[in-house]
Design a binder for this molecule. Sequence first.
Ligand code: ARG
Length: 565
Amino acid sequence: MIYVSEIAKLLETVTSLSASELAPLIAPAPSAEMGDWAFPCFKLSKALKKSPVLIAADLSRDLEINKPDFIDKIEAINGYVNFFLNKQAAVRAVLTAVKEQGKDYGGSDIGAGKTITIDYSSPNIAKHFHVGHLVTTIIGHALYNILNFLGYRTVGINYLGDWGTQFGKLITAYKRWGDRADIEERGIDGLTELYIKFHKEAEIEPTLNNEARAWMLKMQNGDEEALRIWKWFVDISLIEYQRIYKRLGITFDSYRGESYYDNMLDAVVGELRKKNLLVKSDGAMIVDLSEYKMPPCLILRSDGGSLYPTRDIATALERKQTYDFYKSLYVTALDQNLHFAQWMKVIELMGYPWAKDMLHIPYGLVVFEGGKLSTRGGKAPKMEDLLEEAVARAAVIIEEKNPGLYDKASVAEQVGVGAVIFNQLYNNRIKDVLFDLDRMLSFDGETGPYVQYTAARANSVLKKAPPGLKEMDCSLLTDNYSYEVVRLLDAFPERVMDAGEKYEPFIISRYLVSLAQAFNKFYHNNIILSDDRELSAARIILTQCVRDILKRGLGLLGINSPEEM
Ligand code: ARG
């Protein structure tokens, strides 16, 4: 981003737009042959009633006359004005910024003083953590890191699905057929079995359903035994989830689940009634949304069943009060679009102007080779098994490539888990993701292991570097391979910003692959450590910058980088 504001000031002298209007239009040129920065003339074209190609030609000619020292050449290409920086000046500016700003390079303070809550993971408990949960968990965690790096105070909320009729059923089943020691030992497996048994038996003996409702009622009325067993089921479930979160390096700032909000629902209903928003319909209470072309939002069901939207309304009110958020994000699957649109509309109708600050962040499906995977059907593979398999395969590859590697097990863990995360974050959120272990673990595809491997390669060069090398001479890094790397290092802050603004981590993963590719070209075409001490020094500094940014970028995605691979 270095020089963008300078270029904007320059353009201001020859156009009708101000520098602050111009700066956001200036984008990195697509490749080094096309310069460093490009200004599109399409916007001016309307106002000037002239073709962008002609405008670009005129502007380039005018600008070329009095260009400053840091620009070597200005050229019109297809309706763009392209700026070629003075390479030596650019290399110096970029590498100095990367080095001097250290771990802050790429971050920002635009978020200072603002809080963003992120609701992610939020599994329905007493069920195994499956691959569908993984997606929200990984995207949410990456957004947490990215927004935090941009200066926001981020609050990670795991809104556990820990309340509802399923617990009445589970308690009923446990009281009838359960065995304490068995559940303690087998955890969610044991609970799942009880749940399945309940449904089977309830077909023969329908009164079981009444029993389940009675237990649910007891829970709601604060019955000591009911709550004790419920709490125990929650704790049993959390053991498995915590194991996975730990493996993924994830922590949450709040575990307030649905149960926490149960006693706030009456107040929500009262407020909706007072604001004249509630309508009776078939024995249920709803908010009519036909004016907004949506089905009604169900507030109270006649059978006392699930109150998912009502609870989300209560939760949102409490979050606004607790955190006074600037934005409040909800990372869940695309199939919950309508749910979020409905209850967020209700908050707006209640007269809360901050309704617009709540955003549903949807994502697509995970697809396995040969078929779709429903993220809700319960048949999804267990996440722990998939992670186990990924790590096992990573171990085999590492054994093959580097049998002498120190601490192979923990490298395999970082590579296997990293591959899964990276794969999940490599596309636009909304696109379905193919879960193909062979592909995501490839060391030379567009994968996590490829980026990790490149960082480790840079690291091993740095380990061999002799101490006491002289100050770098930037003119030694103006060849095409080095310069492409420098250009990408310069782009890092802009990519982080873009990812944060669009809530799209893939912008960073794609960037990391480009940087890794550019570095590998540089590495294969240049001898980094040679007898030429000055040249070595310059190349080492470049290598260091690349290693640091690859590591930092992976870190933002929630991925560790092994020192060696
Ligand atoms: N527990 C829900 C599910 O598994 C996701 C909850 C998302 N967060 C929310 N505030 N609704 O489908």
